[in-house]
Design a binder for this molecule. Structure first.
Ligand SMILES: [Zn+2]
Length: 409
């Protein structure tokens, strides 16, 4: 709800900023034109300026009060007054677009591009605006084509390349997503290594799911070259299992758990998922069982102090009907370490599993007093998007690796 309000506020304010800027541009033009020998009589020009100022002033007021329809009407009046004022067209096109009237915005920008008397810089700007119209209107193919036309004229367009990156990532065209990320890294100052790594992992994942393990391994090597992201390591672990490299798999598992203990539960869920895409007679299952076994036997002191790692062990034990062992492990652990809501809940479930009902009830009562409830497991640190799923790229703000874990285990 807050986000809706905020975005509404932003829209209104953006339009206000545009209106103020346009008024500024008009004043500027007025000032320089005044010094030039212009055909129009001074009196006539002054009256045009006065009328325009009046219109822009009232348009600005409409914008501030949030009345976009009336603001557009006022801007249209200004266009009638002085058809050569290009900036007014741009402001108008932008207003139509933000008002959801994409067709009108498109026709304004097209008419600008078609004009013979404009400069190349203005034509480029109009083409860019047209691409944004297509993009906002959901005409993906036309948006891509027009953005690319812009780049043909001038390659140094950060926002255009960024828009193409977003579109190709949305449509999961990883080859193109990769190409344009590379282009973006050359134009912009931001380091794109993490993101490029993620894109290459996605590419490798597609190959992995098709059973093209060699190609997947190659793409994954490329991903590691850019950045050893968590998602890259998880996929490497899957590949190690598929290819029977058990020693590598064990080393990588330890490395992953030490660097990213928060991901340990997800890691095993993710490893289990591979079954679905493999033939029934694969060795993968046996090898995964073996990996889980060595994880359960692992006694690394540092690792075992991480609550999420303990939780993973408990879940693996429960999944193989070893609730008694799971209970003993957690019981011991909770006496030596701090307690969190998630672990307490797990503890209560285990008390029930091992037939200690009255204790479970007592623990439940204690827990309910202190429970801080939250709706989802994960959220985006950038925009606050909530989800129970793991997301490497936020579906809402499209930023990579902004996932935060709400569980304070
Ligand atoms: Zn986000």
């Amino acid at each position: 709800m807050d986000w809706v309000l905020l975005s509404e506020w932003m829209k209104t304010n953006l339009l206000t900023v545009i209106a103020v800027a346009i008024t500024g541009v008009l004043i500027y033009h007025y000032v320089i034109e005044r010094d030039r020998a212009v055909k129009l009589s001074k009196k006539y020009r002054n009256s045009i300026f006065e009328a325009q100022s009046r219109i822009f002033l009232s348009a600005t007021q409409y914008l501030i009060s949030g009345n976009k329809d009336l603001a557009i009407k006022e801007f249209l009046n200004a266009v009638d007054l002085n058809r050569e004022t290009i900036d007014t067209y741009f402001a108008l096109g932008g207003l139509f677009r933000s008002n959801g009237e994409i067709e009108k915005a498109i026709s304004i920008h097209r008419s600008l591009i078609a004009r013979e008397s404009i400069s190349e810089a203005t034509r480029l700007m109009a083409l860019k605006e047209l691409a944004v119209d297509f993009d906002k209107g959901g005409f993906v193919d036309k948006a891509i084509e027009t953005y690319k036309d812009v780049l043909k004229i001038n390659r140094d367009q950060h926002d255009v390349i960024q828009a193409l990156c977003r579109i190709y990532e949305d449509t999961e065209d990883w080859d193109q997503a990769y190409n344009y990320r590379i282009m973006l890294s050359k134009v912009g100052h931001e380091n794109q290594s993490e993101t490029i790594s993620h894109i290459l992992v996605q590419k490798a994942k597609t190959q992995f799911e098709k059973g093209n393990y060699r190609q997947a391994a190659e793409d994954l090597d490329d991903a590691f070259r850019f950045s050893p992201s968590v998602s890259a390591k998880i996929l490497r672990l899957k590949l190690d299992l598929v290819q029977g490299k058990m020693e590598d798999a064990n080393i990588l598992l330890m490395e992953l758990l030490k660097e990213h203990p928060m991901f340990s539960s997800f890691l095993f869920v993710s490893l289990d998922e591979v079954h679905k895409n493999l033939p029934a007679d694969s060795d993968y299952s046996q090898r995964l069982t073996q990996l889980k076994k060595s994880f359960l036997e692992m006694q690394d002191g540092d690792l075992m102090s991480a609550p999420s790692v303990v939780l993973s062990k408990i879940r693996l034990l429960k999944a193989t009907d070893r609730s008694q062992e799971a209970f003993e492990l957690l019981d011991r652990w909770m006496k030596n370490h701090g307690q969190s809501d998630v672990l307490k809940m797990e503890y209560i479930k285990l008390l029930i599993d091992v037939g200690r009902g009255p204790e479970a009830l007592e623990q439940t009562q204690q827990l309910l007093k202190t429970l801080h409830s939250s709706l989802t497991r994960h959220y985006c640190s950038q925009c606050g998007y909530n989800s129970d799923e793991i997301f490497w790229r936020c579906p809402q703000c499209h930023t990579w690796e902004t996932i935060q874990f709400r569980w304070k285990v």
